[in-house]
Design a protein around this ligand. Structure first.
Ligand code: NAD
Length: 357
């Protein structure tokens, strides 16, 4: 028991809820990292964790990440996340999802759930039957639909900010961009890059996804090794985490890394330093991929796509501020983003405290 409390205290979480319902088979953990800026919003992941400890560590790490993402995105939201310990292929059922919805509802809006790995928009509809504290519902049901569209737009806008800062280039025309992962975000990104006149290179383990992007956008298919070692203006990881590590940094020949994948750096401090030394600009993943969060957050006030797009366009200015702060303080862009996210929270807490007196 003591170990669980120690683990929770390490990352300063406000509350961790264990959800156990033998009648539906639900075993889940909801972690609320911070509600300083507002209700804790974050997706629910369904995964067959080896043991409960792994599930706890994952939900604590992910929920803390959401606090930073919401803060830097200027949203009035805190950070939370949930994990259901189950195999989405075998264990998913209406009662299991509705049971999870009941636990979410019991928190009275302190935690708001959404889709994540192993969950779908359709699953959110079952959760919605038990609680209104859920986002990522279909457009037809009054929700915000697929977040990947605005995640890709934010990614494209973030690339423009990085090009301006790093290379003083205002136009992506003729520049070489290499994309790893041509799933939902990678595909929509190709669309923007084609419109902007970029030369697009890409790789996906799934041949169909690769062929689709080749046919639709004239992408030039390459192998993964080629992608990691070719001359590129921008390398865009849109598949996996931990892809930026000492091995790949050795071979990378790009000016900028700007992708949607979460946790791209294998070890934040070590790899940020290696990139700085090599002169490669790293655009912090949780900032450049925050378009999806902005999109679902909009649902809370009644979804308005125009407003969501306007917010996503603001990623340009958020990144410029981070780049300037990093240069002024001689720190990595990731550290700069973390500092600014923490500063917004602490300034808000101080200000709010004054008004509560
Ligand atoms: P997706 O599952 O639709 O696409 C991922 C693609 O990566 C798939 O086509 C898959 O075949 C490919 N892939 C897997 N392993 C690979 C490998 N070793 N090499 C090359 N390709 C590989 O996911 P997505 O929604 O497009 O998201 C992409 C990334 O961005 C994920 O890491 C996700 O967590 C992150 N992200 C997505 C969103 C969003 O709105 N979808 C928001 C924030 C972050």
């Amino acid at each position: 028991m003591t170990k669980v409390f120690e683990t929770i205290s390490e990352r300063k979480h406000e509350q961790v809820v264990y959800c156990n319902d033998p009648s539906s088979g639900l075993k889940a953990i909801i972690a609320i990292h911070s509600t300083a800026l507002g209700p804790a919003l974050g997706g629910c992941r369904m995964y067959p964790y080896k043991n409960e400890e792994d599930a706890l560590v994952d939900v604590l790490r992910l929920s803390r990440g959401m606090t930073y993402k919401a803060s830097i995105a200027n949203l009035n939201l805190g950070g939370g996340k949930a994990v259901i310990i189950a195999d989405p292929e075998k264990d998913k059922s209406e009662v299991l999802l509705r049971s999870f919805g009941k636990f979410v509802d019991s928190l009275n809006g302190k935690y708001i759930t959404a889709e994540d790995v192993g969950m779908s928009v359709h699953d959110m509809e079952y959760i919605r039957m038990e609680t209104k504290h859920v986002t990522g519902i279909k457009r037809a049901m009054g929700g915000s639909g697929d977040p990947s569209i605005l995640t890709a737009l934010g990614l494209y806008i973030g690339m423009q900010a990085a090009l301006k800062k790093k290379l003083n280039i205002l136009n992506i025309k003729g520049l070489k961009v290499g994309i790893q992962g041509l799933g939902k975000v990678g595909y929509y990104l190709c669309n923007h890059l084609k419109d902007g006149g970029a030369e697009i290179y890409g790789y996906d383990v799934d041949k169909d996804k690769l062929n689709r992007a080749t046919e639709d956008f004239g992408l030039i298919p390459v192998s993964n090794d080629e992608l990691l070692s070719m001359d590129l203006d921008i390398f865009s990881p849109c598949a996996l985490g931990a892809i930026v590590n000492p091995n790949s940094i050795k071979t990378l020949k790009c000016s900028i890394i700007a992708g949607a994948a979460n946790n791209q750096l294998e070890k934040e401090t070590r790899d940020s330093k290696l990139l700085l030394k090599k002169g490669i600009m790293y655009v912090p993943d949780y900032v450049i991929n925050s378009g999806g969060l902005m999109n679902v957050a909009n649902e809370l006030q009644g979804y308005n796509q125009e407003k969501a797009r306007y917010q996503v366009e603001g990623i340009y200015h958020i990144l410029m501020r981070i780049f300037d702060y990093a240069i002024a303080n001689d720190i990595s862009t990731l550290k700069a983003a973390n500092h600014l996210a923490e500063r917004r929270i602490s300034e808000f807490v101080k200000w709010n405290h004054k008004w509560m007196k």
